[in-house]
Ligand binder design. Sequence first.
Ligand SMILES: [Zn+2]
Length: 412
Amino acid sequence: MSHNSTRNLIDVAAGRKPADFVLKNGRIVNVVSNEIHKGDIAIVGGRIAGIGTYRADRTVDLGGKHICPGFIDAHVHIESSMLAVQEYARVVAACGTTAVVADPHEFANVMGIEGISYVLKTSEGAPIRVYVTLSSCVPASPLESAGATLEADDLRQFLSHPRVVGLAEMMNYPGVINGDAGVLAKLSMCEGRIIDGHAPSLSGNLLNAYAASGIMSDHECIRAEEAAEKLRLGLSIMIREGSQTRNLAALLPLVTPATADRFMFCTDDKDVRDLIDEGHIDYMIRTAIAGGLDPILAIRLATWNTARYFRMHGAGAILPGYRADLVVLDDLKTCKVADVYVDGVKTVEGGRCISPTVRLTGKDGRDTVHISKLSKSDTRIVADQSHSRKIHVIEVLDNRIDTERSIVEGPL
Ligand SMILES: [Zn+2]
């Protein structure tokens, strides 16, 4: 902030100058002091100046409704929504989301570094703030026929971007554990920044090796015991509830007032149908509350914890000097979103996004996936009849991202 805007903020906070507007008669969900209290919220220049008794020419009467900080998704692939960035932003904004941390992994898998640029460019002017973690594993596996291979030197150029916060899920955990040179180069490039993990089922000495590398979090925990071991070794846990993978019910018992600081909420992959039918991070809050979690704690996981983990200064709480990213709730327990403000500007009214759609200019990512037409015969698995008709199968499990191995008899 410039000196002038800081001076202005201080003058309004001290009551010497009127605010741009004041939100009155709300019940403030304070995720820092863990209480709900009354007070006017004075806003100037997109920031919260103070909480207490304030005046302004324009006041908004919240009529006793709860008001909380904007929700933040700690890890998401926007492409899994099947929407372009701006449209995704409009859908999740209506759910009370004011920021997401996006890993443009699939965009990068197809378009290379242009995929990362695409997300950074097309998120400008969106009704949510889109932070980016740099896709660490493009391609995800050498077995993929991806559109690009990204090394540390390809990613480095993005580190100076103000919305790039670190390295995205390091899913090449064998590479970490075995000290792969390319993986180590990416980790050391992001030293001092945020480095997200992805280590399904890793345990014991190998999990120690993974944590020792500087990786700070994991969002792949399926069972409570798995998350407990990762917590014990210092990893923060992003609880994931997406379209296919739903881990909230299994991990919720681990969230207690003593451990709550170490948990965040994320969706990872959630398609537009589920976002509209169920919601986004608001859905996780209401599900956690229904599961017995204290409402203030549930909101803290979705706001303050994520902002602190990603070092988003001035975000994630209703505090003097903080960004006016605010959600007014019709109902606390069901987390029903009424109005949303981002930087003090109303983006959602009565549960509907009112921000104008920003039209894309320039490259829009179209015509970038080139595969030949598939026919039924391309999916045929031919058993080696000289031996047996038995075929190894990767089994998909309901609501799970992990798979099982089985052997079935193929047709002759
Ligand atoms: Zn992911």
